[in-house]
Design a protein around this ligand. Sequence first.
Ligand code: FES
Length: 101
Amino acid sequence: MTTLTILPEGLRAEVEAGTNLLQAILAAGGKLVSQCGGGAKCGACHLFVTEGRKGLSKLTPAENAKLDTLVGVGSKSRLACQATVLGTEAVTVELLGALSG
Ligand code: FES
């Protein structure tokens, strides 16, 4: 289990290793939309990982390709639907609201 912190709401949840980040955020009450059902296609689950990037699975080629098409992408960007919580370190994410997509 590892701690997931969700900004800006400041939500916290204990997440089991192997949990999909999008699912973990939704389960914790975070406001994140999935328009494509987690297929790295809509970009609506774009967020920033502000701490614990190493606590998440590596970027997939599909995720990289989609991120390339989004506005406001930075070095902390991930698509939540493509990231898995590894359980190795606590993770803090920042939801982007209107910025995403
Ligand atoms: S839910 Fe569509 S890209 Fe992640």
